[in-house]
Design a protein around this ligand. Structure first.
Ligand SMILES: Nc1nc2c(ncn2[C@@H]2O[C@H](COP(=O)(O)OP(=O)(O)OP(=O)(O)O)[C@@H](O)[C@H]2O)c(=O)[nH]1
Ligand SMILES: [Mg+2]
Length: 323
């Protein structure tokens, strides 16, 4: 089942961002470098309009470096979009971000015209961590779960440079189904909005083709070459068995197996992984958009037709009526 998570506080965030955006010079959208396509909020693209934008692929320390390069090139090829990759806890790259913002809005600066930067992104992607690194102290609360920041917060980086931290926001309908699973796998979705086993199976599905060696090494799976051809549930069952997630009677506890692989992915114990390539993401998006268009068309065809207006009655012919 597709994953959707848009609780009330995100709607409040959406309204707050819409209100704030009028006075913003640069919007930093933090993406998760392990899922750079799925973590970009399509609603944000509409909301921010023509504002200067910087895409930041965060958590690059957990992602596959080769794929990070591919994604940076993909984003940089889009109009009016800068893109950089970083690790939100690292001071030097964060400082480069400040320079990049100043470059994007050279007309702003000085007390009378401070540079105003909004940091947006999905839940748990590292917005508050980045803000803390930029200001050099713990100004915003952070935590390894979705929804730590609940209200917008303004931090003065310098007398002419303001930063706004915002609560994490997803979007009301995640059309690309695979994106929902990747978002949940990364920790961007509230715990009660998804089924761990489903998410783990999709993780296995995304990993077995491109990172079979990492799966084999971590879980001591024997035949690496056979992995891409195996069913996801066969692999997850084997992972559970190898990690001792076995119930009385010898059956594998699939819930436990799911938790193991999700945690191993999140903490990068499995290795540095990027779940999607630009080409894959574009293909999913195209397929799901086509499916959505077909659904809408079917809905329209099913809807009862509006009654055609009645033709006006012809005037009575008094002669024909024999009057
Ligand atoms: N490995 C790694 N962990 C990071 C990075 N940036 C943030 N984190 C961790 O990710 C978790 C979430 O960070 P936050 O800064 O609270 O995320 P947020 O985007 O503000 O989250 P919400 O306020 O819930 O929307 C924390 O455990 C951080 O330590 C990074 O670049 N690399
Ligand atoms: Mg936060």
């Amino acid at each position: 089942m597709a994953i959707q998570w848009f609780p009330g506080h995100m709607n409040v965030t959406k309204k707050a961002i819409l209100e704030r955006i009028k006075d913003i010079d640069v919007v930093i959208e933090l993406l998760d470098a392990r899922l750079p396509g799925s973590s970009a909020n399509p609603m944000l693209a509409e909301m921010t309009g023509t504002r200067r934008k910087l895409k930041v692929l965060n958590k690059q320390d957990l992602a596959d470096p080769e794929q990070t390069e591919a994604w940076l090139a993909w984003y940089r090829a889009q109009s009016d979009t800068g893109a950089i990759a970083l690790d939100a806890g690292d001071t030097a790259p964060a400082q480069r971000l400040i320079a990049a913002c100043r470059e994007l809005a050279p007309h702003r600066g000085g007390m009378a015209k401070p540079l105003r930067v909004l940091i947006c992104g999905i839940p748990n992607v590292g917005k508050s961590t980045l803000l803390n690194t930029l200001v050099g102290k713990k100004a915003a609360k952070t935590g390894d779960e979705a929804g730590v920041t609940r209200i917008e917060q303004r931090i003065n980086l310098a007398s002419d440079f303001y930063l706004f931290d915002t609560p994490g926001m997803l979007w009301p309908k995640i059309v690309v189904e695979k994106s929902g699973y990747h978002l949940a796998g990364s920790g961007a979705v509230g715990r009660n909005a998804y089924d761990e086993e489903e998410v783990a199976l999709e993780l296995v599905n995304s990993l077995k083709g491109r990172y079979p060696q990492l799966l084999a090494a971590r879980y001591r799976l024997e035949d690496v070459d056979a992995l891409p051809g195996l069913h996801d549930d066969v692999i997850l069952t084997e992972i559970g068995r190898k990690r001792g997630a076995v119930m009385s009677g010898g059956r594998v506890n699939m819930q436990k197996a799911a938790e193991i692989i999700i945690n191993d992915f999140r903490s990068a114990i499995l290795g540095r992984i990027t779940l999607e390539t630009p080409a894959q993401f574009e293909a999913w998006r195209a397929a799901d958009e086509a499916a959505e268009a077909e659904r809408q068309l079917k809905k329209q065809l099913k809807a009862p037709r509006a009654k055609a207006p009645r033709a006006p009655r012809p005037p009575r012919n008094p002669e024909a009526a024999g009057q």
